[in-house]
Design a protein around this ligand. Structure first.
Ligand SMILES: [Zn+2]
Length: 138
């Protein structure tokens, strides 16, 4: 078991760089491990050598997914003790959150996995959006 300092890179969210078209196909097939990189490319982290794919979402996470030079890094937001569960904000958009209930139990959890900036809107309005699956960096 390892401890981490605030700001420390914990692990690279490794994966395959894929086109938006391929990303859409894989999302629709139920792959929840795809990160949006930029306007052209996404990253499919669904492979055995990517331990970060098992990190859970939390509305008060201890890590953050950061996009740096075309790579996704999971970075500690605060000091983390050995054995603490690692989590980050999946950053789902308003079009994506439905069908992804959140049970993290953190104060301020709106009941859905959705990016922090959308939580207030979601808490107010909980209907009418199609569900989808895409993780996004901070
Ligand atoms: Zn939550």
């Amino acid at each position: 078991m390892q401890s981490f300092e605030a700001g420390e890179r914990i692990v690279n969210y490794g994966g395959e760089r894929i086109s938006k078209a391929e990303s859409l196909r894989r999302c629709e097939a139920g792959n929840p491990y795809i990160f949006a990189l930029d306007d052209r490319w996404d990253l499919d982290g669904n492979r055995p050598d990517n331990p970060a794919r098992f990190f859970n979402h939390s509305c008060q996470p201890n890590c953050e997914a950061q996009l740096e030079d075309g790579e996704i890094w999971i970075v500690a937001l605060r000091d983390i003790r050995p054995g603490e569960e690692l989590s980050f904000d999946y950053g789902y958009s308003l079009e994506e959150y439905q069908g992804h209930p959140c049970r993290c139990g953190a104060p301020g959890c709106c009941g859905y996995i959705v990016a922090e900036r959308f939580r207030e809107a979601v808490a107010q309005q909980e209907a009418g959006f199609p569900s989808d699956c895409m993780l996004r960096p901070a």
